[in-house]
Each structure stands twice: as C-alpha cells, then as structure tokens.
Ligand binder design. Sequence first.
Ligand code: MN
Length: 714
Amino acid sequence: MLRINDILDKAQAYLAAEELEMIQKAYIYSATVHQGQVRLSGEPYLTHPMEVAGVLVDMKMDSATIISGLLHDTIEDTLTTKEQIEQEFGKDVAFLVSGLTKLSRISFGSQEERQAENFRKMILAMSADIRILLVRLADRIHNMRTLQYQTLDRRIYIARETMDVYAPLANRLGINWMKMELEDLAFQHVSPDAFKEIATRVDKSQESRNRYTEEVKTIILKELEKLFIQGEVEGRAKHLYGIYKKMHEQHINFDEVYDVIAFRIILDSDIDKTCYEALSIVHALCKPVPGRFKDYIAMPKANNYQSLHTAVIGPYGERVEIQIRTRAMHEWAEKGIAAHWRYKEGRAFQDNEDNQIKKLREALEIQQDIKNPKEFMSNLKMALFPDEVYVFTPHGDVKSFPKGATPIDFAYSIHTDVGNKCTGAKVNRNIVPLRYQLQNGDRVEIITQAGHHPSKDWLKYVVTSRAISKIRNWINLEEKNSSLTLGKDLLEKEFKRNNLKFATYIKSYEIKKVMTEHSLLTLDDLISQVGYGRISPRQVVNHFLVADAPKDAEKLQEKEKKKPSASPSLGISLTGIDDVMVKFAKCCNPIPGDEISGYISRGRGITVHTQTCPHLKRLDAERIVDVNWDVRQKHAYPVHVKVVCNDRKGVITEVSSVITSFDINISFAQVETTDMIANCLFVIDVYDTQQLNSIFSAIRQLKIVRSIERIRKA
Ligand code: MN
C-alpha cells in the first residue's frame, strides 16, 4: 500500500515546503472523513485517493491537483461540503474537487443515457480546468487496476467505457503511457481469452526477445557513436492491446506481428537536425522499407506528438520499426499535456491553454444543447478523432467516414445498388450536390432513381475504398459493353465494304488465328479491342482478304500505297525543308485551316502542332519551324469532339446521324452520363476546319445539345 511519505518524497523533488504541508494536511483530512469506509477489495477506502494522488505525483502535477486527488471523493462519499474544502484548502482545490464531484453525481434511467450525460459533463468540466480531467483519468487508472473486485457486468461495462472514451481521451491529451495502460487493462476484461493468449505468448518469447533487442541496440549504438551522436536506444515489447489490434486489423496471427518490439532512439541533443542525422545512419546501416517513413517532426500529430518513424530490414531479414526523437520530444510523447503542465506555474496554465484543448472544448461546447445521448456520444467521438466525420442516417444511426467523404461514399456504404442508382442527396433536408463534403452531425438521405448509373466523375469525389472499387467495376463493365457494341458495328461495316459477311466469318476457324495473333482468348475480347480502337477493323478484315481473295488484297495494298497516310509530308509544306518525315501531334490533332507550327524532334522528323497547343509552348523555341498546309491532296484528319447534351436515351445516335449525314467517318464514340447530362466524345475524320465548322453548326441545331467543342484528346 502506498504511504503518504512515498508521495511526499516524490513531491519534495519539485514542490515547496508549504505545498508539502498542504498535501500532508489533505491526507489527514481524507483519512478522517473516509474512516470506516472500505473498498470492494476489503482495503480501507483511503487507499484509493492515495493511489490516485500517487499517479498524479508521478506525473509531476502541481500541489492543488495532488490535493484534489486525495480529496476527489470526499464531497460525493462523505459529509464534507465544498465550503469546508474551500476553508481548509483554498478556492483552487475546492473548485477542482467540486468539478470532480459533479461528474459522478448525475444519474439517468438507462445505462446509455447515464454514460452519455456523464461524459458530457465531464468534458464540460474540463472546459473549466484541464486538471479536473487529469484527476479523473488518474481516478480511472486506479479503478481499472482494481477492477477484478467488481461484478462481471460492471467489469465489462467499465472496461468498455474505458476503451471507448478514457483511453482515446488520454491519447488526445498525448499521455501515451496512460492510454496504453488503460487499453491493456480494459482489453483484459473485454476479451479475457485473447488477452491471456497474447500475454502468454509475449511472456514465452521474453528471453529470445531480450537477446534480440540487445543485439539490435548494440548495432545502432555503435554506429551512432562513430558519428559522435549521443543518446540511448530502447527496445520494448509493444503493449498487448497494440499487438492484438494489429493482429485483428491485418488478419494475421501472433508470429506474423514481426514488429512486436518497438525500438526507439532518444537523442541527448535538443536539435531536430540530429534526428535526421540519426535517421540517415539507420538507413545506411539497414535497408529501409519503402513507404514506411513518417516525419512527425515537420508535421506533428494532432496531439503535438513529434518523432521520426521508419521501418528497416533487420539482421534476420525481419522488419524493425524505429522511432527517433529528442529527449524533449520523448517527454511530450510519454507525458503529453502533463509534460506541458510542468513548465507552467499554478493556474497560469488555464490562461495559456493549449490550442488542441481549446479546439476540443469548443467542439463540445457547440454541442451543449444536444438532448439525445446517442448524438452526444457521436459528438464526443468527433472531438476525439478529428480525422473522421460522423453523420447520421435518416434513422438516426451514426456512420463514420474519413474526412472529405461525400454523399456518394455514404450511398455506397449502404448498398452497392444505392450507390449505383444515386442521383442526389439531401443533407439536413436540403438538396446538396453529390460532391458535397459531409460535415460532422449531418443527417444524410440519398435520392435514387432506377436506371441511373455511376459516372467516371464520381471518382474525383469519393474517398472510401469501397466506393472507389464499386464505381471502377461499373465503369469497366460499361466500357466493355459499349466497346463491344461499337467494335461489332465497326467490324460489320468494314466487312461489308469488302463485300464480306461478318456474321459468316465470325464463326470461321480463321478468326481464331486473328485472336491468337493478338493474344486474345475470346471473340468478345477481339471485338471489344476493336471498339477500344486498339485493333483496327482493317487489320481484322485483311486476314480474310488474304485467305479468300488475294486479288482484293493486292488491290487494297496498292490503294494503301496511294493514300498519303503516315509520311512523308502529309499535306504539309515546309519552308526551305524537303523530304522530311512529318507527323501530327497526338495532343492537338491539327487539321487544315488551323494555324500550325512544326517541332523538330530528334531523329523522328517534324511533329506538327496547332499554334494554340499548350504542349508547343513548353517546347524548345529554337527547334520550332514554320510549316504550312499544302492541301492539293485532300486528306481526312482525326478530330476529337466533345458534345454536351441533355441526358436522354439515344443521344449518341442522334448526334452521330448528323455527323454521318456529312459523309464523315466516326472512328470513336463514347458517352458518359452525370447528373442528367450526357458527355459524348467522338473522334471524326474531317478534311479541314471549314468542314468541321459546318458540322458543328448542324449539331448545334439539335435541341438536346447544350454545347459542342473541339478538344485536344478524347
Ligand atoms: Mn475515485
């Protein structure tokens, strides 16, 4: 049992003699008023406030806090009044103790309500003085350490509450040791079997782990010494709940948690730069695991935690996680807000409150008038986990999402079908755009419509992996379907042009050869490859022309020769340069009528861009030459066109029939639908800008068309 002298011994290291006297006085007072009371363990009640004060003195808290620890249950459980405490110990202590008392006084009918209301008052009390919360946490630590004397029901109830609220709260305040101890103590009661198993396994491997730890420590220290960097290396087994969480989250068993030991390099230096030096030594010594480096020095965590984190391949090919920090950073990492406290005097802390605490408090004050305990719990969680957003379903259930999530993420979290058919959303009864970012406390309702489909644009607005993969799946399927239709169409035309029947050849043995040549397994794959534009219909038809009608094929080849297709001087004349390979830039696809420039590419002739092409502007000006159209020979050039239409069935047919009425070839067509708008993309072959302009004005005549533009690439 902790004695008052143990507390005083520790306190005299940093407190004045008068303060020690007051602590002694509080001890006597507490012993007197709690006399005769016993805990469930059978020990005198006094042991509890003593242990709480012991935790607080170890955290090097000020005397008022330690005294409040000793007196925290006096108003609640004895005849003592606030006035008496104020008389004996002053305003400060009376204020803290009455704040603590308020926390334990409220009772409600249902367990859930009681829980919610209590926590709410607790956090609100914290807004008056952070020290109240620290005493409350110390109180919880001791209650958890002696939880075995409670009934099973109470044990589980208290342990759950600790896991849900107190451990995250300790974490939020940056008090790492407390967070870990609370988690391990709660874990033991919430999942006793898992706890026992992990504890036994950690215990069993103790000896070999110690040997290994020493080995790694020695290696690192030796290297640090070589560069005259002073510090120490710690290697400790992770806390049991941490191991359990890792096993659970990553679905692995104990032996696969290779980083059971957390290594930590604590440098004597106070300069951040030394940490980076130590990091480079570690990385030079062992191969780093890519993607595992995190710089919490440049970007501290929300609770002000600073460190460098890295993972390297250790001496046995195993993964070793290493944290590197200065002593000051270490102090904060372990003690958090309590470390901060130490440098402040008395109540000065309150005026000088940490930003994080302020934010936490504000978030909760805004929610003060919320009556529904369920809602309050979720509000509390919001304040404790700032990277998550909590929203309500129409039924009042709480769902959590990563920050930045939109109604689309919400829709997919309900059901794939709801996601796919989602056309809009209402947030707090108002219609919002689908790209709206969900805010804490929003009540979200999804509007669906049968027959509606996801669009590629949605990928820009979603953050959950579920939504991303569901949308991708749908798009892939859709693209495959539309490329099948288009591919079939293109092939039929090409066969017909050569007086062949696609339907006949499709069943022939020869078609298999075409498939093998392109390493395709099915006929559908071949057709969709044509639809995607990866294989031209001509390439497919050629197979049959060669096999069936060699004469036709020869003719065809001749025709190809005549056609000024690829190079040289493809309808382009160059001032002062002859006989040069010319090709058109794929980025802007110039056509006669466009103002153009040539770019001399090394070894690949001249690439022709439109003068407005942004790519051209980025190129080396010295290699840009003047070029002109030479349109003696009429030739068709591909142009990418985007037509925005009101979403109606058959928009693509309507637009393409206008295009084909000009006797223009469509080599690619695609439609995407978003928010009742259809974006059609076409690649059409035109002779010049004049022709293109007349096609454009004809398309503009269509009622369904909202806009049309030539784009650089479909
Ligand atoms: Mn207590």
